[in-house]
Design a binder for this molecule. Structure first.
Ligand code: ZN
Ligand code: ZN
Length: 314
């Protein structure tokens, strides 16, 4: 008697199929990112910042090895799938473990002994906050409503949140992740992508993925679409003249934004968040165009206003 194949089995038979979702693997994610940041720091105009970011990501790697987050409740999973909604919208799904992770990150950074002196007051400010104030700040950071006075705290808050969200996302199955609308937000945590990445190797090779700035999940989007408004018209690419083509700004004439495309075919070690951060020169050039940056880099302590100032000073 013939048996009817289930959807997962049908996909397994199709060797041309590629993963729609790539869930994060925190065990290697943060180590690879830290190594890439250190590599990109060489000869970079913001080398000191990239080296600090590498230290912070290295601390994330250490925290990720021991973090204990709460599993996504089955009813929440079922509800999100039934309504094609993201599984754990970030601002409403902050895991209680995040504050212990933050403390661990700060301890690791201080113990390293090589932290830039200018950061000591920032760390002191974080340590002075009550747990309730930290939770409130986390909600602001995730909602992109951080006040200018707190912007310097943002990379630390995001780093701690990333560890908890990546841990929770890593324990999902790819088949658990719903198709969501709009397809430009993370199907796991509803955050915006930090950049998109053209992957090499394995079944993902040659496909473009959007990389979540919060939970580090990647989801597929065809290259002809704008990663911000899904328009298929008026997509163009801009790079730094004479620079590498590993990172290009993908611009959209419909929504007048740009987001970077990080191309592993040009450099196999390219990593979406690290390469986006290290190509700040491209952002400064884009500041003179009609295109606004679609979403921020979670580890960069620049709000929109400060970014504008930097552009004018450049
Ligand atoms: Zn996400
Ligand atoms: Zn667009």
């Amino acid at each position: 008697m013939q048996r009817i194949l289930q959807p997962g089995e049908i996909e397994a038979l199709d060797h041309t199929s590629f993963p729609r979702v790539r869930l994060p693997q925190p065990g290697s994610l943060f180590a690879d990112r830290a190594a890439r940041l250190r590599q990109l720091a060489q000869g970079n105009a913001i080398a000191d910042y990239l080296r600090f970011a590498a230290q912070l990501v290295q601390a994330q790697q250490r925290a990720a090895a021991t973090v204990h987050t709460v599993a996504l409740p089955a009813d929440q999973l079922a509800r999100a799938q039934a309504h094609s909604m993201p599984l754990m919208p970030a601002a409403n799904s902050i895991d209680p473990a995040w504050q212990a992770v933050l403390e661990g990150l700060l301890d690791t950074l201080e113990q390293s002994g090589s932290l830039p002196a200018t950061l000591a007051p920032v760390i002191a400010r974080l340590r002075a906050r009550t747990p309730a104030a930290l939770d409130a700040l986390a909600v602001q950071v995730l909602g992109d409503t951080t006040t200018t006075a707190d912007l310097a705290l943002q990379p630390f808050i995001m780093a701690a949140l990333q560890v908890t969200f990546a841990d929770r996302a890593s324990r999902l199955g790819a088949a658990d992740v719903p198709f969501v609308d709009p397809a430009t937000i993370c199907p796991v945590c509803a955050s915006q992508p930090v950049a998109s990445v053209l992957r090499i190797g394995g079944q993902a090779a040659g496909h473009r993925y959007l990389h979540c700035g919060t939970c580090c999940t990647e989801w597929h989007m065809v290259r002809v679409k704008c990663s911000h408004c899904e328009s298929t018209q008026g997509i163009h690419y801009q790079g730094v003249e004479g620079g590498s083509e590993t990172v290009l700004a993908e611009t959209c004439d419909e929504c007048h934004t740009y987001r970077k495309l990080v191309n592993q075919e040009k450099d196999p070690l390219a990593e979406p968040l690290a390469d986006d951060l290290a190509s700040l020169t491209l952002d400064l050039l884009m500041g003179d165009t009609a295109f606004a940056r679609a979403s921020a880099n979670p580890l960069l302590a620049l709000g929109r206003e400060l970014a504008d100032d930097a552009t004018h000073d450049a």
